[in-house]
Write a protein that binds this ligand. Structure first.
Ligand code: PEP
Ligand code: MN
Length: 348
């Protein structure tokens, strides 16, 4: 249920309502809007009634939340969520620039698929920053199809990422694979990535909901919109409000491309949720030559950020070489994206 307060309601009324909801057995999630305050009351609604909730002092009306994903829904929060990542949420070499997601500017998170070594990640961090990236990506824990493939440098890789942040000021986005690793990765990362294979790892979603570090949640490669937003709901309902969504392509019968980049999901998600929706044209296509066109298409269709794989020597990348761009091509692409962003009323 959504409790809408009358204009001019007092802080005390809101605090009392939160207390009352807890007594009833519902979890209050309060949103202070410009004109009005609303509380999303989440839980088993059979234990109360709209009449009871409408009787709480200060409440003007009570509305049902129709979507199964309550906190992720636009019904609860009609305005886009705008929040920052970076600026010192982590503990190891924490200083970085703050990057705003959900606003007019479209941040570009770039970097190699994996951290391969200290020099590689520091070199690429400087290069992508110079080319216009606002955050750095790279995996230290890699989810690999085969156990014989490079699995990532684990904590050593996280240390190099922290050094790259210190050297460039770019906030770091990096993947976490298991609930047990969440505290470790959160020590080093400005944003925890949950990969496509883990989108419905409910224990991992809960573990990421329990920390303060923002989360970039990729769409599962076979997930529906509703399953995807319910996965985000796990993180939000745990109390972590900074969730970035990211379309990264799905499995279809087509094998020419690695994944089918389902770009219609970007505007579809934006109709249904207030969370920022990013796009990942690297995994979305799996083919280097297709990445520039699909990056521009992502911006044109309303993506709130881009995640893209860039490497100093892409053909030698240890993971995802076929889809990884060179620094030179990335720099050219960022310039082209500026024109597309301007055409749709945004900036890079
Ligand atoms: C990645 O970003 O390198 C990655 C493993 O992504 P996904 O989970 O989308 O495959
Ligand atoms: Mn990758």
């Amino acid at each position: 249920m959504i409790l809408v307060f009358r204009a001019g309601s007092t802080k005390d009324e809101v605090t009392n309502a939160e207390k009352r909801l807890k007594e009833i057995g519902l979890e209050p999630h309060t949103l202070f809007g410009v004109e009005r305050t609303v509380i999303a009351a989440i839980g088993d609604e059979r234990i109360t009634s709209s009449e009871e909730l409408a009787g709480i002092p200060g409440v003007e009306k009570v509305l049902p939340i129709l979507a199964p994903y309550k906190l992720a829904s636009r019904e609860v929060n009609p305005n886009p969520s705008v929040f920052e990542i970076g600026g010192g949420d982590c503990t190891v070499k924490p200083h970085s620039n703050k990057v705003t997601f959900g606003g007019n500017r479209i941040p570009i998170i770039a970097g190699p698929c994996s951290v391969e070594g200290r020099n590689q990640i520091i070199e690429v961090a400087h290069a992508v920053k110079e080319a216009g990236a606002t955050a750095l990506r790279a995996g230290a824990f890699k989810p690999r199809t085969s156990p014989y493939q490079f699995q990532g440098l684990a904590e050593e890789g996280l240390e190099y990422l922290a050094e790259a942040r210190e050297a460039t000021g770019l906030p770091v986005v990096t993947e976490v694979l298991t609930p047990a690793d969440v505290p470790l990765v959160a020590k080093y990362a400005d944003c925890l990535q949950i990969g496509t294979r883990n989108m419905q790892n409910f224990l991992l979603l809960k573990a990421c909901g329990a920390v303060k570090t923002p989360v970039l949640l990729k769409r599962g490669m076979s997930a529906t919109l509703e399953e995807y937003l319910l996965a985000a709901e796990y993180i939000l309902s745990g109390g972590n409000k900074r969730v970035l969504l990211c379309e990264r392509g799905i499995r279809t019968f087509e094998t020419y491309v690695r994944n089918t980049f389902a770009l219609a999901m970007v505007p579809a998600l934006k109709e249904k949720t207030h969370l920022p929706v990013l796009a990942d044209p690297s995994h979305g296509t799996g083919v280097r030559s297709l990445v520039p066109a699909m990056t521009k298409a992502s911006i044109a269709c309303g993506a709130d950020g881009i995640l893209i794989e860039v490497h100093p020597t892409p053909e030698k990348a240890l993971t995802d070489a076929a889809q990884t761009m060179s620094v030179k091509d990335f720099a050219k692409l960022v310039k082209e994206c500026k024109a597309i962003a301007e055409a749709v009323g945004r900036t890079i």
